[in-house]
Design a protein around this ligand. Sequence first.
Ligand code: SAH
Length: 349
Amino acid sequence: MEQEKLDIKSLDSAALEEAVLHMGQKAFRARQLYEWMHVRLASSFDEMTNLSKEFRRTLQETCVMRCATIIHRQVSRQDGTSKFLMELADGNVVESVLMKYRHGNSVCISTQVGCRMGCRFCASTVGGLVRNLRTSEMLDQIYEIQRETGERVSHVILMGIGEPLDNYDQVIPMIRMLTDERGLHISQRNVTLSTCGLVGQIDRLAGEDLTITLAISLHASNDVLRREMMPVAERHSIQEILAACRNYLEKTGRRITFEYSMVEGKNDSPGHAEELSGLLRGMNCHVNLIPLNPVEGRMGQRSRRNRVEEFKLILEKNHINGTIRREMGSDIDAACGQLRNKRQRRETT
Ligand code: SAH
């Protein structure tokens, strides 16, 4: 049987040096190779012209180079947001999104093929979890988009398909490589990890010495309501999550973001806004209100605009910062909760 090829792009600089020495090459070759992969974003070993032909051939024969490839791009007519369908080496597909803001270009990446968290309003979870993404497959979503568009990516958000903290062992090395000065060197502050609230892993993250932004998908102001919306709420109460957030804040000094998707008649009343304010009072945090993006076959309708605005005013009256998230790319199903790991029928327009 053919031996499985080495996933060389998942190796950090120390591990790559070891692998290169093992191939009988000098250590500085590892630094050149690392730069080709993680700074110059080469798409093949052939491009790496300062490496000998022989070494390139060895790499070609024993290692995988492209781990995610763009196979389709859709551009939103509303706001220029692009959604990319990415194919992985085993034929699975995931989606990634590029959003252009005044402050820079933000890429939203997937962390798993599918998801097993089961949130009742989200499209990504419909077929369950297929598998975790590797470090290289997450990095390549960003690298491919930067290469394809020629635009420098300044912000990365882990809010695509999957639960990032359910793929902890590959997500953390990915964040380190992405923010390392030997790679794209994206500021840790410009990386946001969004989680449905896996308490044990939030505590672990607090000890990683990373100053990334933590976003919590809260979506409810009490546990009864949250359990109706998110099965994961059976495992952890809101109070446990908030305790983990306070610990994260204390260790990292980073303000917490709470995401609150607004579902008509479900979690969007003035009473809910007051209840949420009570939970978050005194905490250094920010609330993102997201009018629900409708997903066929999933729970609920979007709250009306005046409801969302009223909700925000109540938070403000209680001294809690809130913003209403602009939906980017909802016309191409690229908005929160609309990504899936299926090839969709292509619309003929
Ligand atoms: N699993 C992670 C990250 C992926 S989802 C998490 O749960 O945070 C990114 C955000 O979109 C989450 O806040 C998620 O709850 C929210 N979301 C999911 N479906 C949505 C929908 N239909 N409309 C609006 N937001 C949605």
